[in-house]
Write a protein that binds this ligand. Structure first.
Ligand code: ATP
Ligand code: MG
Length: 351
């Protein structure tokens, strides 16, 4: 098995180094190969996503991705900017399912935007469709006959697009508490009505998963009122964009949140995917041993679970991280004083 490691810019290389130390300590016999991406790739090869990097990603079982974004590249033409690398990877690799877990770690309840007793129950996974919806429909501005300007965005989902994300979500629910909540706006939107119909069809293949439906406005409210009721939430691109950011604030630090983007290709023991922290390259703290590597380490855990089928190893990593947090090992992002390598050491010690 082979992992393509793309550290990227800013704090990317520092936090990637900690994740790779964790991987080495697990001693799973997994090969790794490192390649440039983002601003680092632009500076070395003239392009944020060089063909060699894309090829490496394509031929691996999974991609571990740090972060891209470099203030020195802000004035480049759009297609040369570091951020284009992640968009390019998602589309070239056909990654259509975004998984974002939000779990409340013990001892960090005070970091939540919610009351600690409400936040402590959070252990959910948002599965967001990534390739469709209003973001990718025809869009334009035009001037109407009476001279008023109008903007429009065409929202659509085809049934196969809904079906494949539904399968990802049902499988994820099977690996968790067996509950899936599909979020839509079927009382108003035709796309949502189709979404709901297809999710119900797919549910027939997963009798062990308990399916419920919720309108997105209610879901936004429930996420704050009683987030403990959710296990897996599946939703479209637009609603998922909003709800997943909302969910991250419910659990606190940006330095703790991992994500996966899965495609259709199956690996020997899972699904091909790209794994990255939800935070960016944090140029303000790069190179100062201040970045919290936990989101990167937890991204590695997701990789082991979803792409390599190594559930036991994934749980080991997750437990080591939550144990370190429970023992009070926190970086500046959580009001603590532990540096990047110190946090890495603490996690390694608890593996
Ligand atoms: P992007 O556009 O790439 O998402 P951004 O401008 O939204 O980037 P981030 O890079 O995510 O921002 O950083 C936002 C803030 O959070 C910064 O002040 C940064 O230092 C801090 N931050 C981000 N990641 C971490 C981390 N792993 N550890 C500590 N602080 C972090
Ligand atoms: Mg951001």
């Amino acid at each position: 098995m082979m992992i393509a490691c793309l550290p990227g810019d800013g704090i990317g290389p520092e936090i990637m180094a900690e994740a790779l130390r964790v991987l080495a300590a697990l001693d799973l016999g997994i090969e790794t190969a490192i390649a440039d991406v983002g601003g680092a790739a632009y500076k070395a090869h003239g392009h944020p996503l060089p063909p060699e990097t894309l090829e490496l990603a394509r031929t691996s079982d999974a991609v571990l991705f740090g972060a891209v974004g470099d203030p020195e590249c802000d004035n480049l033409e759009r297609h040369l900017r570091p951020e284009q690398a992640i968009l390019g990877l998602r589309s070239a690799l056909g990654l259509f399912a975004n998984l974002r877990p939000a779990t409340m770690f013990k001892g960090l309840e005070d970091m939540s935007a919610l009351k600690p007793e409400v936040a402590s129950a959070i252990d959910l996974l948002i599965v967001r469709e990534l390739n469709g919806d209003v973001y990718f429909g025809e869009k334009a501005q035009r001037v109407l006959e009476d001279g008023r300007r109008q903007g429009y965005d065409f929202m659509s989902y085809a049934e196969d697009e809904v079906r494949r994300i539904a399968h990802v979500a049902f499988r994820a629910a099977q690996g968790r508490k067996g509950k899936l909540c599909s979020v839509d706006k079927a009382n108003v939107l035709e796309t949502s009505q189709l979404w709901r119909d297809v999710v119900i069809e797919v549910a027939a293949e997963y009798p062990d998963v308990e399916l419920s439906h919720m309108y997105v406005d209610n879901a936004a409210m429930q996420l704050v009122r009683n987030p403990g009721q959710f296990d897996v939430v599946v939703t479209g691109n637009l609603f998922g964009d909003i709800l997943s950011d909302q969910a991250s604030m419910c659990v606190g630090s940006i330095g703790l949140l991992a994500s996966a983007a899965l495609g259709e290709r199956q690996t020997a023991s899972g699904t091909f995917g790209l794994y990255e922290p939800i935070h960016g390259s944090a140029p303000d703290i790069a190179g100062q041993d201040k970045a919290n590597p936990m989101a990167m380490i937890l991204s590695l855990a997701m990789l082991l679970r979803h792409s390599l089928g190594l559930e036991e190893a994934a749980v080991r990593v997750e437990k080591a991280v939550s144990q370190a947090l429970a023992d009070g090992i926190t970086g500046a992002d959580l009001g603590g004083s532990a540096g990047t390598t110190e946090v890495g050491d603490a996690v390694l010690a608890r593996l």
